[in-house]
Design a binder for this molecule. Structure first.
Ligand SMILES: *Cc1c(COP(=O)(O)O)cnc(C)c1O
Length: 430
């Protein structure tokens, strides 16, 4: 399949170009040339595994570049962890997306993107440096996904003092092909340094660089797999098309979900849940998209005031407000309401939800009532509570249990290099 830019449908790019460029040269985002409608009968009949569902949704996009065997191998290598769907209460389910190596859903995108890039580089003996600015989850998923992948170097920039101790260890304990730069500044400063590198022609003539942030189509496509899998499993178990509730920041996760519905999977509707960063809920209220400055919240991986993927969402619905609002209801949830929901769910169900997941549970409860919804809702549980233990322990009287995968990082050697917000300092490490 070929890909076009959201800002120009005429010029097509190969999958490899789209993956390596990250963003289209005109500043737009890559979109698949078409969203193929696929036959899901065979998945509904059998006991479809997540790997079968992954093959069904991914292969139409990859078959021009890889054969069936290669695609299956990449899927097996990338998705080697469980995706449990658990029932929280009547008609409310959680799809736990945090059983990968870094305990957040970003493992899905990062691990498959590493497979795809490495396969392309193997074919042409190329080398590439991946630059990522991170406030936490993205950097760790990318570091883990690309660790020891041949011909790929990863340079991660993170803001000093703004990530938790365990999050920092998830960036700094790899070594090898992973370089962690601790920037004396904010996340926005890190992002600005990365942007400067992409605009530096002299640098780009010397080294091939790419980004692994969530706008890369190589991260977006693999996020479709758990929506396909969940919708099939829910249809079989409950007989109904379910609603999916997605806690959203940059809206990549929801965009992947929308594509799965358009491919013909049994999904009734979407709830888009944000924290106080309510640019998208405001769009659905006012029909106007007005970017805002991002505001800090306790669900910080969703603190985005101008979500990049909104451009893709509009593209999927031909810029048609009626169409997009038929499929999506959006709501913003305050920190207070997020905390109350974490408390309620813990007290009533003995389930500890991380703050991002709690935003989505709160949204589901409000929207279900407002719409008299009786269809089952599946909330995407995007992170393990241990990743946000500090925040949770500030508000709930409990000690969050830290899984061994995370706890054992404390015994590893942490290696990072301090840099100032100076571009020349970054260039040395690329
Ligand atoms: C990145 C992230 C989100 C937001 O996902 P988007 O695709 O940016 O909307 C939600 N929850 C967690 C835990 C995340 O790390």
């Amino acid at each position: 399949m070929k890909f076009y830019s959201t800002r120009n449908k005429e010029k097509l790019f190969s999958l490899k170009e789209a993956l390596m460029l990250g963003m289209a040269p005109d500043g737009g985002l890559f979109m698949p040339e078409q969203i193929p409608h696929i036959n899901i009968e065979h998945l509904l009949k059998g006991n479809a595994t997540i790997h079968e569902c992954a093959y069904a949704v991914l292969s139409p996009f990859l078959l021009e570049d890889f054969d069936a065997q290669q695609i299956s191998e990449m899927i097996s290598a990338a998705f080697n962890f469980e995706v449990p769907i658990i029932s929280l209460e009547k008609n409310l389910f959680l799809c736990e997306l945090f059983h990968g190596p870094t305990l957040a859903f970003k493992d899905f995108g990062a691990r498959m993107m590493a497979q795809l890039m490495s396969a392309f580089l193997k074919n042409d003996n190329g080398e590439i440096t991946i630059l990522v600015a991170t406030s936490g989850d993205t950097g760790s998923a990318v570091a883990s996904g690309f660790f020891n992948v041949p011909n790929i170097k990863v340079v991660i920039l993170y803001p000093a003092g703004k990530v938790s101790t365990l999050q920092e260890l998830q960036l700094t304990t790899y070594g090898g092909n992973i370089t962690a730069l601790k920037v004396e500044g904010t996340f926005d400063d890190c992002q600005a340094l990365v942007k400067q590198a992409f605009a530096d022609d002299e640098l780009r003539n010397r080294v091939r660089i790419s980004s692994a942030n969530s706008i890369n189509i190589g991260r977006l496509l693999p996020q479709m797999i758990y929506y396909a899998y969940t919708s099939i499993k829910m249809k079989k178990d409950t007989g109904s098309d379910c609603i999916m509730c997605v806690p959203s920041g940059n809206f990549g996760n929801l965009t992947a979900a929308l594509m799965v519905k358009q491919m013909g999977f049994p999904i009734k509707h979407f709830y888009a849940a944000t924290n106080a960063n309510d640019t998208v809920p405001d769009y659905f209220k006012t029909k106007n998209y007005t970017p805002k400055k991002s505001q800090p919240t306790i669900s910080n991986a969703m603190d985005v005031g101008n979500p990049s993927n909104f451009e893709r969402m509009l593209c999927l619905y031909d810029n048609n407000f009626e169409k997009i609002s038929t499929d999506i209801s959006a709501i913003a949830i305050s920190d207070d309401s997020t905390i109350d929901t974490m408390k309620d769910i813990f007290n009533e169900k003995k389930y500890l939800a991380d703050p991002h997941t709690a935003v989505a549970i709160a949204a589901t409860r409000i929207l279900n009532q407002a719409k008299n919804n009786l269809a089952p809702v599946v909330v995407m549980a995007t992170a393990h509570p241990a990743k946000f233990a500090d925040t949770i322990e500030q508000h709930l009287p409990l000690k969050v249990e830290i899984p061994d995968k995370l706890e054992s990082l404390r015994t590893k050697l942490s290696m990072s290099t301090d840099i100032d917000i100076q571009y020349q300092q970054l260039v040395k490490y690329i």
